[in-house]
Structures are given as structure tokens and as C-alpha cells.
Design a protein around this ligand. Structure first.
Ligand SMILES: Nc1ncnc2c1ncn2[C@@H]1O[C@H](COP(=O)(O)OP(=O)(O)OP(=O)(O)O)[C@@H](O)[C@H]1O
Ligand SMILES: [Mg+2]
Length: 244
């Protein structure tokens, strides 16, 4: 369960997040949509405190952080509740697929070498990459690199997985494979928040959609409510740009 209340963030006077409040229930899949620059990435990055909020509170499971109380120890505790899948994969170039995963398991989760290796292999297997464990990112396709990114995020077994445009660096063929993998993961009782421009995908896999505009969360509802609900001018205009 994620509860965000009255979250705000400004960059040198520019309001990127404006008084955002919402709840995401356990095992709920939420897609965050909205125009470019509306604050979607900032919101995700604030949820795992890569970006620190100016005001408001974030609670994930039994950990809570308030903007007024950003101590290192609270930040680290909350960070452990999430893991992130990035648009550009963010893999270590000089580490193999396996090491990209064992590295975080050993240092962020303090697992021993053997346990980390076993878990990393288990998750590489799960994303269909067991035979690429010793390949370096440069030897992998974009789709395979993103599979490593997804395996790494899953291997941390967080309370919530955050994905920021996980398919937008990929060509169409690779994109379909990754969308299918994420849809499978979404159906497996995992709590996820995904920023995506893939409207059909968002509609199909999400329990709810959040629509952001100019730093505000201006609508949240079921895909049907948001896409067909004639929620209002800006949302209708945005949704109508996609062929759904
Ligand atoms: N580090 C930063 N410094 C200054 N301004 C920033 C920074 N990061 C984001 N912004 C601004 O905050 C606003 C929201 O950015 P954000 O990246 O969250 O948008 P977005 O909805 O993810 O857009 P896109 O769909 O293009 O990825 C934008 O106007 C952006 O220019
Ligand atoms: Mg973004």
C-alpha cells in the first residue's frame, strides 16, 4: 500500500509536483499518463526519493517519510520498499547481466555471493535470459537489456515496482516483447506504478489510470472512466490523440 499526501516539488521556482495525493492498494497496477513535462517522471522519482519532495508525505507499507523529516535513515528505509525500471535501462556497462543483478542484491540487500547468484539466475530465467547471464550490456539487444533491468527490479522483491517509460527506447518488435513481459508481471499480484505513453497497454494491464497535467494529478479512475468517461477537456484531448 502506497499513500501519498500533499506532495509538492519545485525546481528553482518551477512547480513540477503540485499538491499530489493518492493511494495505491496492494497488488494494484496503476499507469500514470499525461502530456510531456506534466511531472510523471518527477512523481516516480520522488516515490523512491531519487528526487526529494519539498512538502508532503509518502508512506509505503510500514515506512513513512515526510518532507519535513528527510533523514538519511528514513530515506534508505523507504527506498528499500521500491525498485525502479528505467527508460534507458541504467545497467552497469562493465558488468555482466548476472553481475548487474547480484551487485544490487549484495550491496542493497546484503545477500552473500552464493545466494545473490542463485537469486539473480532465478530472475534472469524468469525474464527469458538464463543463457545471457555472462553477457555484457553491449552484447545484448535493447530488449534484452531492459529484461535485465526488469529482472534486477524484480529480484529486489520490493513492495512496489516503479517503471518509467520502460519501452520507449525500444524499436517496435522489442517493445511488444517487453510489453508482454510487463503484462505477465502485472498479472502476478505485484504492486506497480508505470509511466507510459502506451495507451492500449495501460488500458489493458492497469486497475487504474492517473492522469497528470502541469504538476497536478487531475484525474484518477479505472481505464474505462479515464479513457471513455469524458472526464474533461484536457484529458479527452490527450486520449483522443491515441487510437484506442
Ligand atoms: N532536475 C530538474 N531541474 C529542473 N527542472 C526539472 C528537472 N526535472 C524535471 N524538471 C521539469 O519539471 C517538469 C516535469 O518534468 P518530468 O520529467 O517529471 O515530466 P514528464 O511528465 O515525465 O515528461 P515526459 O513525458 O516528457 O517524460 C518539466 O517541466 C521539467 O522540465
Ligand atoms: Mg518522463
Amino acid at each position: 500500500m502506497i499513500t501519498v499526501s500533499e506532495l509538492s516539488k519545485a525546481y528553482r521556482g518551477f512547480t513540477a509536483l503540485d499538491d499530489i495525493s493518492f493511494t495505491i492498494k496492494p497488488r494494484e497496477v496503476v499507469s500514470i499518463i499525461g502530456p510531456s513535462g506534466s511531472g510523471k517522471s518527477t512523481l516516480l522519482r520522488t516515490l523512491n526519493l531519487l528526487v526529494l519532495p519539498d512538502a508532503g508525505q509518502i508512506t509505503i507499507g510500514d515506512e513513512s517519510v515526510n518532507a519535513k523529516n528527510l533523514h538519511r535513515i528514513n530515506i534508505n528505509r523507504l527506498r528499500r520498499k521500491t525498485s525502479m525500471v528505467f527508460q534507458h535501462y541504467n545497467l552497469f556497462r562493465n558488468k555482466t547481466a548476472l553481475e548487474n543483478i547480484t551487485e544490487v542484491l549484495r550491496f542493497a540487500r546484503k545477500l552473500g555471493r552464493k545466494e545473490a547468484d542463485e537469486k539473480a539466475l532465478e530472475y534472469l530465467n524468469r525474464v527469458g535470459l538464463h543463457d545471457k547471464a555472462s553477457s555484457y550490456p553491449a552484447m545484448l539487444s535493447g530488449g534484452q537489456q531492459q529484461r535485465v533491468g526488469i529482472a534486477r527490479a524484480l529480484s529486489l522483491e520490493p513492495e512496489v515496482i516503479l517503471m518509467d517509460e520502460p519501452t520507449s527506447s525500444l524499436d517496435p518488435e522489442m517493445r511488444r516483447g517487453i510489453l508482454k513481459l510487463i503484462a505477465e508481471i502485472a498479472s502476478q499480484n505485484i504492486t506497480m506504478a508505470i509511466v507510459t505513453h502506451e495507451m492500449n497497454f495501460a488500458r489493458d494491464i492497469s486497475n487504474r489510470l492517473f492522469f497528470m497535467d502541469q504538476g497536478k494529478l487531475i484525474a484518477q479512475g479505472t481505464p474505462d472512466e479515464i479513457i471513455h468517461g469524458h472526464a474533461g477537456g484536457r484529458i479527452d484531448a490527450f486520449v483522443n490523440d491515441f487510437e484506442i
